[in-house]
Structure formats: C-alpha cells, structure tokens
Design a binder for this molecule. Structure first.
Ligand code: FPP
Length: 255
C-alpha cells in the first residue's frame, strides 16, 4: 500500500494526461506551507495565506473543469485558534473577502458549498463571517456542480464525538435502535453526510500528518504528498498528483 509514497516524485516531461474515467470522486486537500512560503520571501505569514487563497481559487476552478464530484479543503482547524491574534485575524479577513467576492461566480458555475465544522462556536466578533458562511450554503444548496466542502473550525475527532452523541440521543429517544447503528448510520451523522468517501488526499509542503482531518472519511483514501508549498501548488502540480492517483492499485483490503 502506498502511503505518502515518494513514488510519484519523478516529474513527467509535460502536463499529465488524465483518464476521466479514473478520476477520484472525492479529493481532500491539506493546504500546508503558506507560512514558510511567506518567510522565504521575508514577508508576514498573512502574505502566504493571501497567496494560498489564489492557489485555492485555481484548484477549485480546475476541479470543476475536470468534473471532480467533491473537493474538501482544510481551511481552519479547531486547533488553529492557538495562532497569534494577528494571523487568525488575517485568515478570518481572507475568509470573509473570499465569500464576499467569489460567491456569485461559484454560484454561476453551479458549485454547491458546504461548511464542515462548528460555525456557531466561533469566537465573538466573527458574526459577519458566520453570516457569510450560512449565506453561501443557502445560496448554493440546490447547485448540482462541484461539491466544495470547506473545513472550518473543524476537527476530525470532534466530528466523530459529535456523531456518537447524536446517535446516543437518537437511541435514548427511541428513533434508532442501538443494533441498527452501522457504518452507514454513523456516516449519516457526520458533516460529510451524503458525500462519497474520500478517494484521494493531498498534503503539500512535505509534512506527513493527518492533522485531525477527515479521520472517519479517509478509511481507504490514497495519500499523496508533495514538497511544494501550498501557494506554489498549481494546475500542473494538481494534474501530476491526479496522474499518480490513477496509477494506484486500490484494493480496499482485498487482494
Ligand atoms: C497551513 O499553512 C494553512 C492554513 C492553516 C490555512 C489555509 C487557509 C487558506 C489557504 C486560506 C483560507 C481559506 C479560504 C476558504 C478563504 P501554515 O500556515 O501552517 O504554513 P506553515 O506550515 O508553513 O507555517
């Protein structure tokens, strides 16, 4: 099994040729390395995040163009609140700007936005961000194009505990029998309910950690890592990653 393998490190001569029939249905991305990208340029971390949004814009557009069904990106974890007030403020500013400026175009393209994470439990002072997130979900909820899931104030363990609590409450009130709780019933209580399981997880910047991301949903995901820092992860790098995915032999525990 190739986990975070370096097997794909050899750069192809030109842009990869992708087989549309072998594309992953659900791609997840940990967009890592914004801070280091900025530091290399002698700039503040927020500069890296701003460049990271540009890279994200291109990857969303290209996912849509390729016909990928679902793209889930890790924008802000439950642990990211530990960063400096300045950096958190910059990220929250970018988030608001993104949803203000990009929503109409995403809607026109038929993108359906879902936020994974606890929007209601964000610190005080972020009411405009909360309103923008709810508005984006509401506006795009009937769209049938790319399913864009943004993990925000998200933690994989917290998501699993939340689902367990919901099922426990349902069992206590008699709406589900404990013996009927199976993987499907559990998945239906996650933020990702109704989405296909993650097929392919990309992490940039050379780090090889899951960082509390989609722990339940990645049971059989193929992992890919690249040393590129997130702001440098462009269309070509994405296609190279997808080409590596297409060479994987997925066995789902079989032989
Ligand atoms: C990790 O790099 C990146 C993040 C914690 C934030 C990612 C967010 C964005 C790209 C933009 C916000 C999203 C939207 C939807 C507008 P890092 O800061 O940990 O980098 P480092 O490891 O080099 O320090």
């Amino acid at each position: 099994m190739a986990i975070f393998g370096k097997d794909e490190a050899v750069k192809p001569e030109k842009t990869a040729v992708l087989d549309p029939a072998l594309l992953p249905r659900h791609v997840a991305i940990i967009m890592d390395g914004n801070g280091r990208w900025a530091k290399k340029r002698g700039m503040p971390r927020s500069f890296g995040h701003k460049a990271g949004v540009e890279a994200l814009r291109e990857i969303i557009r290209h996912s849509d163009h390729l016909g990928i069904e679902a793209l889930t990106i890790y924008a802000f974890s439950t642990e990211n609140w530990k960063r400096s007030a300045e950096e958190v403020g910059a990220l929250m500013g970018l988030l608001l700007e993104y949803f203000t400026k990009e929503l109409d175009e995403l809607h026109r393209e038929g993108v359906c936005i879902r936020i994974l994470g606890d929007i209601d439990d964000m610190p005080k002072g972020l009411e405009r961000q909360q309103a923008a997130l709810y508005a984006a979900m509401e506006k795009t909820k009937e769209n049938t194009g790319l399913k864009l899931n943004i993990a925000l104030n998200y933690g994989g363990q917290q998501e699993i505990v939340r689902a367990a609590k919901k099922l426990a409450a349902m069992a206590a009130e008699g709406t589900i029998k404990p013996e009927d709780i199976d993987a499907g019933a559990f998945a239906a209580q996650l933020y990702t309910a109704g989405l296909p399981e993650v097929d392919f997880m990309i992490r940039t910047s050379g780090e090889m950690r899951l960082s509390n991301f989609l722990l339940y949903q990645m049971a059989y995901a193929e992992f890919y890592q690249t040393d590129l820092l997130w702001p440098d992860f462009d269309r070509e790098a994405y296609e190279e990653a997808l080409a590596a995915y297409q060479k994987r032999n997925r066995r789902f525990g079989g032989v």
